[in-house]
Write a protein that binds this ligand. Structure first.
Ligand code: AKB
Length: 319
């Protein structure tokens, strides 16, 4: 049975991934870790460790002590925060990944690395962006994602580290909020719609981007790491997406489900220019062919489930 370490486990992806991995492999086989402690009042079902990925010593210690053989490395800054703090983004995103790959090399661990649609740039073909194409991102986040893809490939070919990964689109989740991303609007909009029947969006109505519902993303991360290595031609940085949508299209879908919902737009130039530099839609055929990527949720199914789940915790504000 695998022994799995998840870094950045308290983040948007980490909290759902740890739950899914524990259901699959058992609580004691999944070590959640983060740079901060679990908030008081919240319990961990299995082991939790305080780990700063920029500290090689802390990573070595946890991997050795628990006999880890697979690391899902999620600790990183997202695009908008990375653009605000580019020096810290380089140190955390690249320094953290380098330390994880080094410890993986020494302790023979497999590694999952989340790349992103941010690994593409304005000179990349915008529609049905191919798996193998031009990658000249213009953001620090994108620079760390392309460099991360290359570093994973290097560790795989030079040292035999089984480093795999996905180029994730914006992820939509009801269980934990994102923080510091360009695609965060697609989560915030649901919470604001249920509470206030109103949302002010920081992207233009026509900003088309790839998105995926969190259950599909979690399923994809686990399926990729369980896939037979012999069937993987690319192994790393697979394009994945389940829908290509604009804020206006998402707002229409929500308005059909929440009476009186209205959206307005106050564009944030920084996040808009990041979004403008990313593709409209990805070609996911390599992921489908090589390890059976098959997301279940389209826009309608995702909206139905988000609203159903969030309506248990969010009640409309009294007017
Ligand atoms: C972000 O907006 O930074 C992330 C991403 C698409 O990588 N959600």
């Amino acid at each position: 049975m695998r022994k799995i370490l998840v870094t950045g486990a308290l983040g948007q992806i980490g909290s759902d991934l740890v739950t899914a991995l524990r259901q699959r492999y058992g609580d004691e086989h999944v070590i959640a870790s983060d740079i901060r402690m679990i908030p008081s009042g919240q319990d961990s079902e299995g082991p939790f460790e305080l780990v700063d990925c920029t500290s090689p010593h802390q990573l070595h210690e946890v991997v050795r002590r628990h006999g880890v053989d697979l690391i899902y490395h999620l600790g990183a800054l997202l695009s908008a925060t990375a653009e605000e703090k580019p020096q810290i983004a380089w140190a955390v995103n690249m320094g953290g990944l380098y330390n994880v790959l080094e410890v993986a090399r020494q302790y023979d661990c497999a590694v999952y690395f989340p790349s992103s649609i941010g690994a593409f740039g304005p000179s990349t073909p915008l529609d049905q962006t191919p798996q193998d194409t031009i990658q000249r991102p213009t953001t620090m986040y994108g620079v760390t994602k392309v460099s991360g893809e290359l570093l994973c490939d290097y560790y795989a070919s030079r040292f035999g580290v089984d480093a795999r990964g996905l180029r994730l689109p914006g992820l939509i989740s009801h269980s934990s909020p994102p923080g510091g991303g360009t695609t965060d609007y697609a989560v915030d909009i649901f919470r604001q719609a249920l509470r206030y029947q109103h949302y002010t969006c920081y992207l233009r109505p026509d900003s088309r981007l790839d998105m995926m519902y969190m259950p599909d993303a979690i399923q994809a991360m686990i399926a990729l790491m369980e896939a037979d290595a012999a069937s993987l031609v690319h192994r790393n940085a697979f394009n994945v997406s389940a829908m290509s949508i604009t804020p206006a299209e998402l707002a229409d879908a929500i308005a059909k489900r929440i009476d009186g919902f209205q959206i307005e737009y106050e564009v944030d130039p920084v996040r808009q220019s990041i979004a403008d530099s990313w593709p409209n839609s990805l070609d996911v055929s390599a992921a489908r062919a090589e390890w059976g990527f098959a997301p279940e949720y389209d826009l309608a199914a995702m909206c139905d489930d988000m609203i159903e789940k969030l309506s248990h915790e969010i009640t409309p504000a009294s007017r």
